[in-house]
Design a protein around this ligand. Structure first.
Ligand SMILES: C[S@@+](CC[C@H](N)C(=O)[O-])C[C@H]1O[C@@H](n2cnc3c(N)ncnc32)[C@H](O)[C@@H]1O
Length: 261
């Protein structure tokens, strides 16, 4: 699936933005803003339904050069003229204020920028959670980070991520969230069982995990990543995770895989 289709399907639609767009205002948190696909798809989705809906959005991004990389015709041409202007402002000025928009790009490690969002009292109706994979960026998939992310989620908000990993799902549960699956779309690959995970404070409105996915949470693959003071380097988090998996008495993931062929 291309980045644009993924932004609509796994983030904008999966967090119910078409329904939420009927409200007078929506608050969005885009963790790992990157080239801005998820923010752009959300704005297109909301304003196609209700052009008067006021949107407040915070994007979090470590590398300021990445959003600037979106300012090329091959990427900008995906979006309407009004959304292109917003992506330009966010990439170059890190803010964009319009009649129906209050947008900010916070630069830095999300482990440091998220607590600032919490302190401001911001409560997101939708959180797009899009870091690189847990192996590559374990510091953004830990129990401790999800505990902070959860504080930014409104009581009836939804967090969406492409990850269906058991370690990610168990970290979300340990942070107090309920989880559901994003069902497979058309033409899934043979090894796929879900398109990702939705987290929320309540389970109503979430698609329950299949029995296979629930049993995955009882295997060693579900041992979560930890980062107690939210400042460990990735290699330390990975080494601790490996050690935790070795000492855990859960079922091996390979026997779960054999059981479910
Ligand atoms: C998979 S990409 C995100 C794609 C993005 N949602 C888009 O629409 O293009 C992951 C992004 O996370 C950023 N990143 C990596 N580590 C980060 C951190 N600790 N805090 C915030 N952002 C981080 C990377 O620079 C990269 O842009």
């Amino acid at each position: 699936m291309g980045a644009k289709a993924e932004a609509f399907e796994k983030f904008a639609l999966a967090t119910d933005l078409p329904q939420k767009a009927q409200n007078p205002s929506i608050r969005l948190l885009d963790v790992c803003y990157g080239l801005g696909y998820n923010t752009a798809a959300a704005l297109e989705t909301i304003w196609n339904i209700n052009s008067n809906c006021h949107v407040e959005v915070y994007g979090l991004e470590l590398d300021p050069t990445v959003p600037v990389g979106a300012l090329v015709p091959e990427i900008l041409n995906h979006w309407s003229t009004s959304v292109r202007v917003i992506l330009q402002h966010l990439a170059l000025e890190h803010t964009c204020q319009q009649v129906h928009l209050d947008a900010h790009l916070l630069l830095g490690d999300a482990r440091q920028t998220l607590p600032k969002i919490v302190q401001s009292g911001f409560q997101a109706d939708a959180i797009f959670f899009d870091p690189f994979s847990p192996r590559r960026c374990p510091q953004l998939w830990t129990v401790e980070l999800f505990q902070i992310v959860a504080q930014c989620l409104a009581p009836d908000g939804k967090l969406s991520t492409y990850s269906r990993s058991a370690s990610v799902r168990s970290a979300m549960k340990l942070a107090g969230l309920c989880i559901g699956t994003i069902p497979l779309g058309n033409n899934p690959l043979p090894h796929e069982w879900s398109q990702g995970t939705i987290a929320a404070w309540q389970s109503d409105g979430l698609l329950p995990l299949s029995v296979m996915e629930q049993e995955h949470l009882n295997t060693r693959a579900a041992v979560p990543y930890r980062d107690p003071a939210l400042n460990n380097p990735p290699d330390v988090i990975l080494a601790q995770h490996q050690q935790d998996q070795q000492t855990d008495r859960l079922e091996s993931t390979s026997s779960w895989r054999r059981r479910w062929a």
